[in-house]
Write a protein of this length. Structure first.
Length: 90
């Protein structure tokens, strides 16, 4: 989650924030942890907060902001049935 603005930020830090898709304050993304992302997180640590999400938080985010494509239409994810119908064959 991005917590600080962009004023006075050096170009390397700005580029890392772009790579993490944190273009505005209060934006959040899920990032896979590997050696490269850990190093990048350490460089942008004053501008972001990070941690491991729990199941309750992820479920709330998906149900509040998540959308699925079904028959070419964008429909909000309200229950797990929508996900099962679309991903049931995998």
């Amino acid at each position: 989650v991005r917590i600080r603005g962009i004023n006075g930020v050096d170009p390397k830090t700005r580029k890392i924030l772009q790579l993490f898709r944190l273009l505005q304050i209060h934006n959040a993304t899920f990032v896979r942890l590997n050696a490269a992302t850990i190093k990048m997180l350490r460089l942008v640590e004053p501008f972001v907060t990070y941690g491991f999400p729990n199941l309750k938080t992820v479920r709330e985010l998906i149900y509040k902001r998540g959308y699925a494509k079904e028959n070419g239409q964008r429909i909000p994810i309200t229950t797990n049935d929508i996900i099962e119908r679309n991903l049931g064959r995998f």
